[in-house]
Design a protein around this ligand. Structure first.
Ligand SMILES: NC(=O)c1ccc[n+]([C@@H]2O[C@H](COP(=O)([O-])OP(=O)(O)OC[C@H]3O[C@@H](n4cnc5c(N)ncnc54)[C@H](OP(=O)(O)O)[C@@H]3O)[C@@H](O)[C@H]2O)c1
Length: 331
């Protein structure tokens, strides 16, 4: 597995990261034994970057990661944790809290659940509009000083917030959605991240399964599944988006790779400062994703992909309106 470095100040990580979210939340039922086996297979395959959030399954995802790391070398893993989302016992989303005292409290609980004395990259999941970013990063900087976290990351924030944050303390990486169907970062956020030496961990590289070649309109979705209310997965939008996936699939077949592999390779090809995170929940999906690390794309192939799935071609927004409202990156 090749490595990439997260920004100018962040850690070296595997060129492909594993996101654990779907093992606890948002993508319907997951099998815990298979989830742990998937994390083990990722570690054995050279994946070091493991991304979670304290609110994924209300602590379940962190406890799953702790279980998966039992008996493994903790120091070989780069654990990235998002915090700040407030959720009720029924899973309801209640807002975001990044007050300095809340940041410290969230961290204390995460360290306990993860069974570790430090987190490698710690980041607010969304910008809390009630707290100046300088204060949020200031609180995180104190935690770096104290040795509880190694690096500060951000998630789904815009260019101005990146500038203000980086003026307080070095930021290792911005975690943000980036795929053939979600190219919003290209105009301003990515250039500013590059100017500031901030890396990108790209999530949703398969557009939550839509770009994988495995999605079918007949897939049953529970009410708690993100995709049951995602605009891109509804009615005519879904048909149009799956037509784009088919076009990508033809290019993939010609190259002898799978649709998912081409979609992931496209993101990886956008820069050495970008690390795709994949949301594999099973060893089979993981194996497919890991097959990407050897896929090289020529300029001609990148142009063909661009022609098949041009920027802006996706039908429907990447989040429903109420969720978009929390994205500083979309303001
Ligand atoms: N910062 C943020 O705001 C934010 C938001 C969302 C996610 N994330 C992080 O990013 C990670 C990845 O995001 P995501 O899960 O939305 O992205 P994704 O990789 O685009 O989508 C994952 C979905 O695609 C399906 N899939 C089909 N083929 C696959 C393959 N070969 N490899 C992997 N998955 C395949 C998955 O498996 P099934 O077939 O099993 O369903 C799952 O339903 C998350 O786990 C989380 O850690 C961050």
């Amino acid at each position: 597995m090749r490595t990439r470095t997260l920004g100018r100040t962040g850690p070296a990580v595997s060129a492909l990261g594993l996101g654990l979210m779907g093992m606890s939340d948002l993508y319907g039922p997951a099998d815990e034994t298979e989830s742990v086996a998937t994390v083990h297979a990722a570690l054995d395959g050279g994946v070091t970057l493991l991304d979670t959030g304290d609110f994924y399954g209300m602590g379940h995802n962190e406890m799953l990661l702790r279980e998966a790391l039992r008996g493994r070398d903790r120091d070989k893993a780069v654990i990235s944790v998002k915090f700040g989302a407030l959720r009720g016992p029924d899973g309801a989303w209640l807002g975001y809290d990044s007050r300095p005292e809340a940041v410290k409290t969230f961290l204390a609980y995460s360290l306990r659940r993860l069974g570790t004395d430090h987190i490698d990259v710690y980041r607010p999941a969304r910008l809390d509009p009630a707290v100046p970013i300088e204060d949020q990063v200031g609180a995180l900087a104190e935690l770096v000083q104290a040795g509880y976290i190694r690096h500060i990351g951000l998630s789904e924030v815009g260019a101005e917030t990146l500038r203000r944050a980086a003026a307080v303390h070095p930021i290792s990486d911005l975690q943000i959605e980036y795929s053939l169907l979600s190219r919003g970062i290209e105009a301003e956020i990515l250039p500013v991240a590059r100017e500031l030496g901030i890396g990108v961990t790209a999530y949703g590289v398969l557009s939550r399964g839509l770009l994988s070649g495995h999605w079918t309109p007949s897939r049953e979705l529970t009410a708690a599944d993100f995709r049951s209310h995602s605009p891109r997965f509804q009615g005519e939008n879904l048909d149009r988006n799956l037509a784009l996936t088919d076009a990508l699939g033809k290019l993939a077949a010609a190259k002898g790779v799978t649709t998912a592999q081409l979609a992931i390779a496209w993101v990886a090809a956008q820069g050495e400062d970008i690390v795709p995170l994949v949301g594999a929940r099973t060893r089979v999906r993981l194996a497919e994703s890991l097959g990407t690390t050897d896929v090289e794309l020529t300029g001609a192939e990148l142009a063909e992909i661009e022609a098949a799935v041009p920027a802006g071609a996706a039908a429907g927004g990447r989040y429903a309106a109420a969720q978009l409202d929390h994205l500083d990156s979309e303001k």
